[in-house]
Design a protein. Structure first.
Length: 511
């Protein structure tokens, strides 16, 4: 329990530099004072037909990131471009429009981002139906590039607000624009064997689904799938497992987009609302086709992100789930009741695990790097590629993680437990400072039914119980704010109570 308390204190004081959709640009509420005549940079659209023809060849093996946009190099600087508008109190606003006829979406990559405290950036489309921001001082990248989520439409406005107190202190450039030529709005009706992930019937796999994230690489023009992994210290280090073919550009410019699922999507890019920028490459192994990254920032607790457990033994089992961001669409799933078999992958001239067929769903371009889960909700492999299709022809291939363990062990097993399997958990960075007095377990000590008393209005989503070694012994989805402990032996346990916007930890004594 002591180490969990220490983690709670540490994580509560971490400044998370996420980019969300919160608030609104200052010009939207001050239109009577700020009447801009926004200057627009007109970009020449790329040859979309040529891009689509290239994609057909690249996507045949499904082993590469899925390209949905084309990067257009630009040089935009507030000192030389756009329009400054001065307010009567000395504050000022900079605005710059970017237009690219025919684009389905537009995104930007910033360079030299240095935003002073109190200043912030927004990006929005001309109709104001989609936006991202605020981007503020917590997002400063120390001379590293920073990509952004695409905004729906072919016209966007970049708006920078700077208070009088820090006037002239901010600086940044826009170095590229991502011209979106494929639809990533969440409408996948034309793909009958792309099965959106809603409920799998397996509560462990459903919990693990929130660990699967969408990654944007190559100036945020390509999509890769990947998964956040737990480690044996249970300390919330954001390790991210994906494919080595994701390595397009600088990892510090890569974007990790959370909770892109059917429940969040409304037919636009609004489901792409939560992101973290930047990572470090820890492991890049072309032989096994895996890459392990460490995100620069922690996902905030209100995102309710799970860190998956893993089982890298050779025995995978015959109930498997592949979760992915196929075709840059919301989270989808492929399910099979056939255990993968070790085979020679002729197309890539290497050993791999072969899946001959899926009972439901399928892999697509964009599935590269997606995790394969067993029935216990443990990550057992990552998708490498293949030629399986909706007619049931072809085969898909996955990495043999039992052969990768030696490279992964220093990161995933810092406690040197020597086991190739470990459970996942919800990290404690979501603990709410005022929750100590409003969350109670009773009776405590207990020997059967335990009730959860919470004075707030949020629902109790999950109950995770850990023994004194840190091993997860229970993962419960309660129908009511109560749970059973009659199967547990006598002792002291740590209980993580997962609510909608926070996680609370309690000590429970079982008699």
């Amino acid at each position: 329990m002591f180490f969990i308390l220490i983690l709670s204190i540490l994580f509560c004081n971490v400044l998370v530099a996420q980019v969300d959709k919160d608030g609104q640009p200052v010009s939207w509420s001050l239109e009577s004072e700020i009447a801009p005549n926004t200057q627009f940079l007109e970009l020449t659209p790329p040859d979309v037909e040529a891009l689509l023809a290239e994609d057909i060849l690249v996507n045949q093996c499904k082993d590469q990131p899925f390209r949905f946009a084309s990067s257009i190099a630009v040089v935009i600087e507030p000192l030389n471009d756009g329009q400054w508008i001065n307010r009567h109190n000395g504050d000022r606003v900079w605005m710059m429009g970017i237009r690219a006829e025919g684009a389905l979406s537009l995104g930007v990559t910033f360079g030299n981002l240095s935003i002073p405290k109190g200043a912030y950036l927004y990006i929005y489309n001309s109709s104001r139906s989609d936006f991202i921001g605020p981007i503020n001082s917590s997002n400063n990248k120390s001379n590293q590039p920073m990509g952004t989520i695409p905004v729906y439409g072919d016209e966007i406005v970049v708006e920078y607000f700077e208070p009088f107190e820090v006037r002239g202190d901010g600086q940044f450039t826009i170095s590229s624009v991502a011209f979106g030529y494929r639809d990533v709005s969440g409408d996948n009706d034309d793909q009958p064997c792309l099965i959106s992930f809603t409920a799998s019937g397996n509560s462990l796999v459903e919990t693990a689904s929130s660990s699967v994230q969408l990654m944007l690489v190559d100036n945020c023009t390509r999509v890769v799938s990947g998964v956040l992994l737990n480690n044996t210290s249970n300390n919330g280090t954001p390790y991210f497992l994906t494919t080595h073919t994701a390595d397009y550009g600088n990892p510090e410019s890569w974007l990790f987009v959370f909770n892109v699922n059917q429940q969040q999507c409304d037919g636009t890019l609004n489901c792409w609302g939560r992101s973290l920028s930047g990572a470090k490459m820890l492991l890049h192994d072309e032989e096994s086709n895996i890459a392990l990254l460490q995100l620069d920032e922690l996902p905030p607790g209100k995102w309710n992100t799970f860190y998956s457990g893993w089982n890298f033994n050779a025995d995978i089992g015959n109930e498997i789930y592949c979760m992915q961001y196929a075709l840059a669409q919301p989270l989808s799933v492929s399910v099979s009741d056939n255990e993968p078999s070790a085979q020679w992958w002729e197309a890539k001239q290497k050993n791999a695990l072969e899946v001959q067929s899926w009972q439901s769903g399928m892999t697509f371009p964009g599935s590269a790097g997606s995790p394969l889960f067993n029935s216990q909700g443990h990550v057992v492999s990552t998708f490498l590629g293949g030629n399986n299709n909706c007619r049931g022809w072809g085969k898909d291939y996955f990495s043999d993680m039992s052969e990768c363990w030696e490279q992964l062990e220093p990161y995933l097993d810092p406690k040197r437990k020597g086991s190739k399997t470990h459970d996942g958990f919800f990290p404690s960075n979501a603990i709410r400072p005022d929750s100590k007095e409003v969350v109670m377990l009773f009776p405590n000590p207990a020997n059967a039914l335990v009730n959860v008393n919470f004075n707030g209005e949020e629902s109790l989503l999950r109950v995770l119980i850990f023994d004194q070694t840190g091993r997860q012994v229970k993962n419960i989805s309660p129908q009511f704010p109560q749970f059973q402990v009659n199967e547990l032996g006598s002792g002291i346990y740590s209980v993580s109570l997962v609510f909608e916007t926070f996680v609370h930890h309690k000590t429970l004594v079982v008699k």
